[in-house]
Design a protein around this ligand. Structure first.
Ligand code: PLP
Length: 289
């Protein structure tokens, strides 16, 4: 199926922007909104569709015979890509970090396997070097980098930027994995302060990614995450914060990305980081699957 028609049929776009009402925001005299990219699709996590669309358009234009991509066993990127490829009947080969794993190691891998996705489990060492297993031919296949990070990935964030640009926000907050979403927003929203909250401890990598993508750093600020959250490990204070937020606003957030970002944002608000009358948008990048 044509990618534009596929998007029209299956994705809820543009996503809504809603005000967040909190006494704290009234007290500090700031206006806070949330961009609900989590509502784009129930399986294809928020920013993952934004990032994948340009690649799929290329796959369509070049009549590619398959896609190869990379990810960890819990990666939202590979799960979103798996679902989309299943729906579009594009053969997908996923190279997964960890040769101790199999398709029964977790429910996401099992689901991908059941969708007919080809899974290749490689050692962490080979994964680091992004080695493509010997038996897997790359002829006529499109390779999507880990997390969708590349010029195409950054470019595809323009669709998200266009849905925000006319709304006179001064500050934007977004969670950061590879930084693809952050860099796209910084590039296409040059008049807004783009604040990224790191989910990993990879500040140097993000700064390097910015120069690789030739994105100006002038409107970007990066914040470290508050907690030493590891993928798959729990932090009670952060978990409780996410549950409390969900009760208060009826918006589900997970601790690794959006929860970490919003936690940091609240800390800044409490510390009077924002001038009165500041208009702020928080990007809900999804991750609830
Ligand atoms: C993947 C992901 C991110 C990170 O996006 P990058 O563009 O890699 O920085 C943020 N939030 C959620 C929910 C994600 O799944």
């Amino acid at each position: 199926m044509d990618i534009q028609s596929f998007e029209k049929l299956h994705f809820n776009l543009p996503s809504p922007i809603q005000p967040l009402e909190d006494e704290l925001f009234v007290q500090k005299n700031i206006k806070v909104f949330m961009k609900r990219d989590d509502l784009i699709h129930p399986i294809v996590s928020g920013n993952k569709w934004r990032k994948l669309k340009d690649y799929l358009l290329i796959a369509q234009k070049d009549q590619i015979k398959g896609i190869i991509s990379f990810g960890g066993a819990y990666s939202n990127h590979i799960f979103a890509l798996g679902y989309v490829c299943k729906e579009l009947m594009i053969p997908l080969h996923l190279i997964i970090r960890g040769d101790e794993l199999t398709h029964t190691s977790n429910s996401y891998l099992t689901q991908l396997h059941d969708w007919g996705i080809h899974l290749y489990f490689i050692s962490r060492e080979n994964y680091q070097k992004k080695i493509i297993p010997g038996g897997l031919s790359t002829t006529n296949k499109l390779i999507i980098p880990e997390g969708g990070f590349s010029h195409e990935g950054v470019h595809s964030i323009q669709s998200l930027a266009n849905e925000i640009i006319d709304l006179s926000f001064q500050e934007l907050f977004v969670s950061v994995g590879t930084g693809t979403t952050l860099l796209g927003l910084a590039k296409y929203l040059p008049t807004i302060n783009i604040n990224g909250v790191l989910s990993l401890s990879n500040r140097a990598e993000i700064e390097n990614n910015a120069s690789l993508m030739e994105v100006e750093w002038s409107n970007i600020k990066l914040f470290e995450k508050k907690f030493g959250m590891k993928y798959g490990k729990k932090n009670t204070e952060l978990e409780e914060f996410c549950i409390h937020f969900q009760h208060k606003f009826q918006i589900a957030i997970e601790p690794i990305y959006t929860g970490t970002m919003i936690f940091k944002f609240y800390e800044l608000v409490k510390n009077n980081y924002f001038k009165p009358e500041t208009k702020i948008v928080l990007i809900h990048s999804g991750g609830i699957k």
